[in-house]
Structure formats: structure tokens, C-alpha cells
Design a protein around this ligand. Structure first.
Ligand SMILES: [Zn+2]
Length: 137
């Protein structure tokens, strides 16, 4: 049974301002780096996994390379998983490349919503893209 916790609402404006102006918080998780609360539950030479400092759910975690990296080919690669036991139950991950040049306000969780609609990409383009991605794996 999940424990119940109160909820709070961080100052999101200050939080995002910090993301844009302060030292990298992920690098702060690495031992010997900037002091910050650490809730690391896995690390090896290349990767680190930690509970999120602002967990929107119990167990909300982050996984990152230990080396400060900002590129994965796209401007950013988002990985989400949704669904629940009540619907869309088969576990799966959404891997979402963020194209370069997207304004900050339209990045991050904004890509998980439906409010902008779905691009009408022709099936031939989808087939070609699947082939190109598969070729690189
Ligand atoms: Zn970093």
C-alpha cells in the first residue's frame, strides 16, 4: 500500500530560472561535485540513478550519464512511460526526439500532451523514417 504524503507546489518560475542559470543539478549528484541532497540508488563508472529532487510521484527517478552531456543527436531525447494497470497496460516507453530550435516553453513535458494535435505524417514518410532509424541501431 502506498503511503500518503501531503503535496506542495514549488515556485516553478524560480525552478525553471534555476535550470537556465545555475550549475547543472545532474552533475551535482556525482560524488565530489557541488553539494546537493543525494538519493542515489545506482551508479557505475558511466551512469548514475537517483530519486528526483522534486518527485511528482513516489519513486520518481532520474537516470543520466555521469559525464555532463547535452546532446544525443537531437536537441534532446525525452523518454516517457505512461499507461496504468487500468488502461494502456502493456509497459512501453515513449522516446521523443526534440528537434533543435524549439522554444524553451514548448520543451520538456509539453511534448507529452495532446493539446497541439498530432502531425499528419504520410505513411510513406513514416516507413522511410522507420527504416532510417532501424539502420542506425
Ligand atoms: Zn551536468
Amino acid at each position: 500500500m502506498e503511503r500518503r504524503f501531503g503535496r506542495y507546489f514549488p515556485d516553478m518560475e524560480a525552478l525553471h530560472a534555476g535550470f537556465r542559470t545555475q550549475a547543472c543539478f545532474v552533475c551535482g549528484l556525482v560524488p565530489g561535485a557541488v553539494e546537493s541532497p543525494r538519493h542515489v540508488f545506482y551508479e557505475d563508472d558511466r551512469a548514475i540513478a537517483s530519486l528526483d529532487g522534486y518527485p511528482r510521484a513516489y519513486g520518481y527517478s532520474l537516470v543520466a550519464p555521469k559525464e555532463h552531456r547535452e546532446q544525443v543527436g537531437a536537441a534532446r531525447m525525452y523518454v516517457y512511460t505512461f499507461g496504468s494497470n487500468e488502461g494502456n497496460a502493456h509497459v512501453h516507453w515513449h522516446v521523443v526526439p526534440l528537434p533543435p530550435g524549439v522554444p524553451y516553453e514548448e520543451q520538456q513535458g509539453a511534448w507529452a500532451g495532446w493539446d497541439k494535435g498530432v502531425p499528419e505524417i504520410p505513411q510513406q514518410e513514416m516507413s522511410d523514417l522507420a527504416w532510417r532509424v532501424g539502420r542506425r541501431m
